[in-house]
Design a protein around this ligand. Structure first.
Ligand SMILES: Nc1ncnc2c1ncn2[C@@H]1O[C@H](COP(=O)(O)OP(=O)(O)O)[C@@H](O)[C@H]1O
Ligand SMILES: Nc1ncnc2c1ncn2[C@H]1C[C@H](O)[C@@H](COP(=O)(O)O)O1
Length: 204
């Protein structure tokens, strides 16, 4: 079984992925952030590093998808390959931080990879508004993320909303995280578990 958690920067994906992995005994796959060779440079100069970062994330995410398929285990994945292309790369192109030529080159590699990728059995979208994302990014305190602008987060949120509205690759669960505190309130975490179990009925 393949479960994926999707959502904007700071929505709580890593936190929820960790909690669900412990609760259900699913293997967790996290994003390549701490050892990412481009992320810090990207935030310092997006236009210069956007193509290199996108190719890096695409490769890293494709490797994860392959591992999930080969392992035969139940895996929960923190962010999907779809978001790299449909949210981040597209947004960078819209913002003219990724040239049309580089975006076309990137997209052709992405579409080739996508033909080898199966959608997760369940996609859990953590929906959050920009002020709450800002608070959580600040709380997490990664120095290089201090330069993330409200404009950047808002554009990403718009992309998420459009992409989720059209998502039809598999089961989808939308969780409005701003109304919940699944970290401090066990009853809120319980609500999320209930909704997951309803969606995955028959697969457990
Ligand atoms: N429901 C929540 N309640 C309180 N703090 C949260 C919650 N979800 C996430 N956080 C905190 O917000 C920050 C960002 O969360 P994280 O899981 O890293 O988000 P993401 O992986 O989506 O970027 C972390 O400091 C985390 O502890
Ligand atoms: N494809 C991506 N392009 C640009 N930035 C990305 C991409 N994937 C992840 N990121 C960034 C956003 C955050 O700064 C870190 C970690 O993501 P998070 O949503 O906090 O788990 O990587």
């Amino acid at each position: 079984m393949h479960i994926a958690v999707t959502g904007n920067i700071g929505a709580g994906k890593t936190t929820l992925t960790t909690m669900l992995s412990k609760h259900y005994g699913w293997e967790a796959q996290f994003e390549d952030v701490d050892h990412n060779p481009y992320l810090e440079d990207f935030y310092a100069d997006m236009s210069k590093w956007s193509f290199a970062l996108q190719i890096y994330f695409l490769g890293s995410r494709f490797r994860q998808v392959k591992e999930i398929r080969d392992s035969g285990k139940s895996v929960i994945q923190d962010r999907t390959i779809y978001e790299d292309a449909h949210i981040f790369a597209e947004n960078l192109n819209d913002m003219e931080l990724l040239t049309d030529r580089d975006f076309a080159n990137y997209s052709s590699v992405f579409h080739l990879m996508k033909s080898f990728v199966s959608a997760p059995d369940l996609l859990i979208y953590l929906k959050s508004d920009v002020p709450n994302l800002v608070k959580k990014i600040y709380k997490r305190g990664r120095d290089y993320e201090a330069s993330i602008s409200i404009e950047y987060l808002s554009k990403l949120n718009q992309k998420y909303e459009s992409w989720i509205a059209e998502y039809s690759e598999g089961k989808l669960l939308v969780i409005e995280v701003d109304d919940l505190d699944f970290v401090e309130r066990p009853e809120d975490f319980g609500l999320i578990l209930q909704r997951i179990e309803t969606e995955l009925h028959g697969l457990f």
